[in-house]
Design a protein around this ligand. Structure first.
Ligand SMILES: [Fe+2]
Ligand SMILES: [Fe+2]
Length: 257
């Protein structure tokens, strides 16, 4: 029996809460990968901070500034909030993305196991071998995650825009934000601030100002003034119609945009 046709596609709203988050996640991955590959994992003294960081991140309870737990939290948020509303329109895509989430979780567990093996190895040759295995497994995780982010931006974002209204997409983005633990949300925001180009950063700042509360937005401005290069921050704040620091009065006091 032929399934009923999908309803006609409406013009896209252009709303996209996923891509700014993905850029923040990519920034986290690049920074961790850079640190991991430039550490001499065979040298116990040099490797100890890196291994301690990995152990800290990969073991529960997960801490705040945790790259891997933010990667994990993002996939969980999509499973709960972003996927169910559009699965009926493209079940192959959504089921494929869910399988990739499971694959990512398995690779996170592999990196955790190899981090433990490196920490337990004492002979230099054994440490060298364990370090190589850890590095390759981490690269494999990062490659899978980066390809997954591209696939979502190429396929999932357009599907959301075609099948959901602008307010529905905004509501999904708000729900995913609220579901994050506040300290992890603040950490993700720091990576997003570091990772967006000026027009994207301006749009994201306007979105965060809308989400509020005002106190949190003031903290975000203070973080941005510290974390973002001055020229990029000035450009973004000018486009967003906000001042560059929480210490300054907002240029658009009274605006609700
Ligand atoms: Fe995902
Ligand atoms: Fe995603």
């Amino acid at each position: 029996m032929t399934p009923p046709p999908n309803p006609p596609i409406e013009p896209g709203s252009g709303e996209d809460f996923l891509t700014p988050i993905h850029k923040g996640l990519r920034g986290m991955i690049y920074a961790l990968a850079d640190r991991l590959q430039s550490t001499d994992l065979a040298d116990p003294a040099a490797a100890a901070p890196m291994v301690a960081q990995l152990r800290h991140e990969l073991a529960g309870p997960r801490p705040t500034a945790c790259v891997v737990c933010l990667l994990h939290a993002h996939t969980g948020g999509e499973d709960i909030f972003a996927f169910p509303g559009v699965r009926t329109f493209d079940p192959d895509l959504i089921d494929g993305l869910r399988r990739e989430h499971a694959e990512i979780e398995a690779k996170i567990r592999t990196v955790a196991r190899l981090g433990e093996e490196l920490a337990d190895a004492s002979a230099p040759a054994a440490r060298g071998r364990a370090g190589g295995r850890l590095l390759r497994a981490a690269n494999d995780l990062f490659a899978t995650y980066l390809a997954h982010l591209n696939r979502e931006e190429e396929k999932l974002v357009p599907l959301l825009q075609q099948r959901l209204s602008g307010p529905e997409i905004v509501a999904l983005g708000d729900a995913m934000e609220r579901a994050l633990r506040p300290d992890r949300r603040a950490e993700l925001h720091r990576w997003i601030l570091r990772s967006l180009d000026p027009p994207e950063l301006a749009a994201w700042l306007r979105e965060q100002r809308r989400r509020g509360p005002p106190g949190e937005f003031a903290e975000l401005l203070a973080e941005g003034a510290t974390l973002v290069e001055p020229e990029r921050w000035a450009l973004a704040c000018a486009r967003a119609g906000t001042h560059r620091s929480a210490a300054e009065p907002p240029a658009d006091a009274g605006s609700t945009s």
